[in-house]
Design a protein around this ligand. Structure first.
Ligand code: SAH
Ligand code: SF4
Ligand code: F3S
Length: 374
């Protein structure tokens, strides 16, 4: 019996697919090289922008023929899209041949659902649940081992769907994280450990034992072994001086910080509910560069947020010009149903979003050429 997993979205989803692979291998499945050879195909989806969802609808639709040829083929859809009830319903009604639609909190039950499907059931389950510490991972990212340190997000940036599909922040205990990392080091296959969370800097806020992200980093660096630690993502409002100090002083920590700015304009940042100003953001960059001169810094930007004027976009442009990031991602704002921003008046037309994103990417290209960066 063979499985094939198709993954969309962020590193956390990539890592979650390693968990899905672990579950399936525990059930006796092995990995198929091509989806045509698979007995079960799992789509691990992303809901961050409309484009990501459209790709899933297209690719799941393409399986109709395969399912016709092979009635026993099991098709499962999980991940962030399925956690939105309307989207999950739409998936089920558009694609009656999909066997399992499973929410982001219900992965631990995937095995049971597969068994049930063999008896002819189609399931859709969305209850919120805790982090399962018992599921095995099949690590697939070469020398890098992903380690989840928390799930969910409490920030509710007004454009973002993540808090709705991933629930509130839940940190894993330091003990569980350290045990997982010890095991990874013990396997001697991995040179790099990347800590994952939507906002790693708020690690521990929901725990009662006083743990925080800087403390976690220090404990990890005390572990013996030849490995480097990296982390993502950092929210500028929560990146503490203490974390900057730890990154500066610990040899084991990679000198790299991904620090999404989203916009360079204060009015837009406020509307986005990012809770920092352009000036504050720039002061953090200065601090990082003063303490860690060789630190690589990258960022994310959204252009065409509702009501964004040309002048306000120019502030984003000038921020990128001023900071000269090692690289940036620039996204056209995509309205997500249920978020505050999707209900705002004065949504920006697509042509303007296109032209702004192209301007920003052209600047990014120019800077990279001038600075000789990757
Ligand atoms: N937790 C991370 C971001 C996760 S989403 C953080 O807060 O930095 C990754 C990126 O997708 C975001 O940084 C943002 O730039 C982009 N993004 C999120 N929602 C979006 C939307 N509705 N439209 C366009 N881009 C979006
Ligand atoms: Fe989304 Fe903001 Fe949370 Fe990042 S911090 S996941 S952008 S709500
Ligand atoms: Fe996408 Fe979910 Fe990640 S919406 S970006 S896969 S947390």
């Amino acid at each position: 019996m063979k499985y094939f997993i198709v993954t969309y979205g962020c590193q956390m989803n990539v890592h979650e697919s390693e968990k899905i692979a672990g579950i399936l291998e525990n059930m006796g499945y092995s990995e198929a090289e091509k989806r045509e050879q698979a007995d079960i195909i799992v789509f691990n989806t992303c809901a961050i922008r409309e484009g990501a969802e459209d790709r899933v609808f297209g690719n799941v639709g393409n399986l109709k023929k395969m399912k016709k040829r092979n009635k026993d083929l099991i098709i499962a859809v999980c991940g962030c899209m399925t956690q939105k009830e309307q989207t999950a319903q739409k998936l089920l009604s558009t694609f009656p041949f999909v066997d399992i639609v499973i929410g982001t909190f219900n992965l631990p039950q995937l095995g049971a659902y597969i068994e049930a499907v063999k008896k002819g059931r189609q399931l859709d389950v969305w209850q919120e649940g805790d982090i399962d510490e018992t599921l095995p991972y099949k690590r697939t990212s070469g020398e890098n081992a992903w380690v989840n340190i928390m799930q969910g997000c409490n920030n509710f940036c007004t454009y973002c769907i993540v808090p709705y599909v991933r629930g509130r922040e839940k940190s894993r205990s330091m003990e569980n994280i350290l045990n997982e990392i010890k095991q990874i080091i013990g396997e001697k296959k991995y040179k790099k450990i990347t800590l994952l969370g939507q906002n790693v800097n708020s690690y521990g806020n929901d725990l009662t034992d006083g743990s925080n992200f800087a403390g976690l980093l220090r404990e990890i660096c005390k572990l013996e072994g030849d490995f480097k630690v990296s982390f993502m993502t950092s929210h500028p409002k929560d990146l503490t001086d203490e974390v900057i100090e730890v990154v500066a002083s610990e040899d084991k920590i990679e000198k790299y910080i991904h620090l999404p700015a989203q916009s360079g304009n204060d009015r837009v940042l406020k509307l986005m509910n990012r809770k920092y100003t352009r000036e504050k953001y720039l002061s953090i960059i200065e601090k990082i560069r003063a303490k860690i001169p060789d630190c690589r810094i990258t960022s994310d930007f959204i252009v065409g947020f509702p009501t964004e004027t040309e002048e306000e976009f120019e502030d984003t442009y000038s921020l990128v010009k001023q900071v000269r990031f090692d690289s940036i991602f620039a996204f056209m704002y995509s309205p997500r149903e249920g978020t505050v921003a999707s209900k705002m008046e004065d949504q920006i037309p697509d042509e303007i979003k296109h032209s702004r994103v192209n301007k920003l990417l052209a600047l990014e290209k120019k800077i990279q050429k001038e600075d000789g960066k990757r």
